[in-house]
Design a protein around this ligand. Structure first.
Ligand SMILES: [Ca+2]
Ligand SMILES: [Ca+2]
Ligand SMILES: [Ca+2]
Ligand SMILES: [Ca+2]
Length: 259
């Protein structure tokens, strides 16, 4: 009886949602801790992402994540990696509608960078258009928006908002043909650093910041120390857990015709 109770508790523990790590406004994977920060390809691949101690965008002493793909067939052939820890979670509640990163293509072939997201229990979306990453060995700042204007359904029946509210996995991959869950099989070496969760104030997640978003922002405005009401993640543009005039100033800049 005692052991069955322990078993039940263990099962409950496994089934409990993982809340310790979840996407949050302004989080940055800078790889300065010397680890891969949870980025992986699954246990089978012989070409796992690795932490490189020097040569990030800031040069000597700037760690970055390097991912090699071998091309051909089999594990490790494709340019893809994923994260199920700090990049899982509720992007809508966090107001995060954009991911930025520094990327460098250290290989000989241009890459077509995309992101893809998966709902905990099914439903996948990926970048409709790729970001071209030339084979120049230079660091480039790249942007992936997570809105209906930028993501296409890959598989499943879930709506985009349903997936964004329940992301179980984020992928970074290179694929020329279109939105996909799998990267291309290609001989390539990718550098990644400073993967950042950005809140731009796109409260209705339609790919723009306009007066419709201001209509959602305005009721969230409480001032410094007022905290952040439920559903107001998109109104905290500076990631300090309130919606105040600093956030309003940032929103004004983002609005069409803003200063
Ligand atoms: Ca770094
Ligand atoms: Ca790899
Ligand atoms: Ca909008
Ligand atoms: Ca704020």
């Amino acid at each position: 009886m005692k052991s069955s109770l322990l078993l039940a508790l263990a099962v409950c523990g496994l089934l409990m949602p993982r809340t310790a790590q979840a996407v949050a406004c302004g989080q940055v994977d800078d790889f300065e801790d010397g680890t891969t920060m949870g980025w992986t390809e699954g246990p089978i691949s012989p070409n796992q992402p690795t932490n490189v101690a020097n040569g990030g965008p800031s040069g000597v002493g700037d760690n970055y994540l390097r991912n090699f793909s071998s091309g051909g067939v089999g594990a490790g052939s494709r340019m893809v990696m994923f994260n199920t820890l700090q990049w899982a979670g509720d992007y809508l509640a966090a107001g995060v509608t954009r991911i930025e990163a520094d990327m460098a293509n250290f290989g000989a072939t241009a890459l077509s960078m995309r992101i893809a997201i998966e709902r905990n229990i099914g439903g996948r979306y990926g970048s409709t258009n790729a970001v071209a990453l030339p084979a120049d060995g230079q660091w480039h700042r790249v942007t992936f928006d997570l809105t209906s204007a930028d993501l296409s359904l890959i598989s499943g029946l879930a709506t985009l908002n349903d997936v964004l509210a329940n992301v179980g996995e984020l992928r970074i991959l290179s694929a020329t043909a279109g939105p996909t869950w799998q990267g291309d099989a290609i001989v390539a070496t990718l550098g990644v650093d400073n993967i950042t969760a950005v809140v731009v104030g796109d409260c209705d997640v339609d790919g723009d910041v306009d007066l419709d978003d201001y209509a959602d922002f305005e009721p969230c405005l409480r001032g410094p120390g007022g905290g952040l009401a439920a559903g107001c993640g998109c109104a905290d543009l500076d990631c300090d857990n309130d919606a105040d005039l600093r956030d309003f100033a940032a929103l004004q800049i983002a609005l069409p015709g803003g200063p």
